[in-house]
Design a protein around this ligand. Structure first.
Ligand code: PLP
Ligand code: COI
Length: 372
């Protein structure tokens, strides 16, 4: 998919920029960037844009990162009318900063908005908001290793009222957080808990939207996963595999076919789509289809399924070592990293993201205000 934009979608919004008068010192920032973890520290600025039924999108600003003041009756606090996105900015060896397929995040944000009865942010405003923030906070994007700047656009109902209807006032924000590895152990094979008591989403529900409620529903089963020594939870629906709490699932068969669950209640991951494309470019068969738990169990037992991995913006690609449930455990064969398809696709993807390999699909989009 290309970055070509519909010209009617181009926004005339001008961003007012107010630099933070008290940004973190170079020393404080360097300490944070040396071990950022995931989602624990935030940069000096944020983007804020307001929307109202009467005024449309207005008051676009880059301003000091800080607290939001909300009326206690703001609809989001009661009825969870909220959506978000997650993508990263990467610094290349020449100093330029790029994000990966942000047009796809912009389009998914619009799909999520439609499902949650929120206004659709024009694609160009979404992209501009990233560029404005990254330009302002460029010092927070480290070069080298696999650190990046995680960008979190989000939108919520700010109107104060208690009737249950779509809000007529909405806030859009983008915040940014330096990111290292999502899992504490780095890129190590992880254990996955199969949730049989709880569902994340339902047909006709909000599973395909990136909305806070889906994550709220995943927290209790995620706790259950931790209690069983697992890192993430895998959800099922009607006996079919769906996805993890915050990542998609891909299985690899012994003939090198990549199989990933397809359903109307899964978040369509951009990382997954990109990995499937890279695998197809190498000549692998890729299948997006319903995968039953029975197929998966039988395949793992017979040796037909040789690898499984989790993928998403935050996690990138993480091999899965085992699946546990109340009744059984499925162990996958231990594969040395240099023979793992998951690890080799991970390397190919990150090489493109960090500008170390050719961007044959034109996936990169410059976000530091420099010329493309
Ligand atoms: N599924 C869920 C529930 C997620 O939260 C994410 C992360 O964003 C993904 C899948 C992967 O999506 P992406 O690759 O676009 O980050
Ligand atoms: C992401 O990967 O961007 C997500 O939103 C998932 C979450 C687990 C951080």
């Amino acid at each position: 998919m290309s970055l070509s934009l519909n010209l009617t979608d181009v926004s005339p919004l001008q961003f007012a920029v107010t630099p933070n008068p008290a940004p973190k010192s170079d020393t404080e920032r360097a300490e944070i960037l040396a071990a950022p973890g995931f989602g624990q520290f935030f940069t000096d600025h944020m983007v804020q844009i307001h929307w109202s039924e009467r005024g449309g999108w207005h008051r676009a600003a880059v301003e000091p990162y800080g607290k939001i003041s909300l009326d206690p009756a703001a609809a989001v606090l009661h009825y969870a009318q909220e959506i978000f996105e997650g993508l990263k900015a990467y610094r290349h060896a020449d100093g330029s900063i790029w994000s990966f397929r942000p047009d796809q995040n912009a389009l998914r944000f619009q799909r999520s908005a439609r499902r949650l009865a929120l206004p659709e942010l024009p694609t160009q405003v979404f992209l501009d908001s990233l560029t404005k923030l990254v330009t302002q906070d460029a010092a927070w994007v480290h070069e080298g290793g696999e650190t990046s700047l995680y960008l979190r656009p989000f939108m919520f109902a700010s109107e104060a009222f208690l009737g249950v209807r779509a809000a007529r006032k909405v806030y859009f924000f983008v915040i940014a957080s330096p990111a290292g590895s999502y899992f504490k152990g780095g890129v190590q094979p992880v254990s996955i808990w199969l949730s049989t008591d709880y569902a994340r989403a339902a047909h006709g529900g909000t599973g395909a939207a990136k909305t806070g409620g889906n994550y709220a529903a995943s927290l209790l089963p995620q706790q259950e996963a931790y209690e069983h020594g697992c890192d993430q939870v895998l959800f099922l629906q009607d006996g079919q595999l769906e996805e993890l709490g915050g990542m998609n699932l891909v299985l690899v068969t012994k003939d090198g076919t990549l199989v990933t669950p397809e359903s109307d209640s899964i978040l369509e991951g951009i990382t997954r789509d990109s990995l499937m494309q890279l695998a197809a470019d190498r000549g692998h068969a890729v299948e997006r289809r319903a995968v039953s738990l029975a197929e998966w169990r039988d395949g793992a037992a017979s040796g037909d399924i040789v690898e499984a991995f989790a993928c998403g913006t935050a996690a990138v690609v993480n091999p899965i070592a085992r699946f546990k449930s109340k009744d059984f455990t499925i162990e996958l064969p231990e594969i040395p990293a240099e023979q793992s398809l998951a690890m080799s696709l991970r390397r190919e993807l990150t090489d493109i993201q960090y500008g170390r390999a050719e961007d044959a699909h034109n996936w990169l989009y410059r976000v530091d205000g420099g010329a493309r």
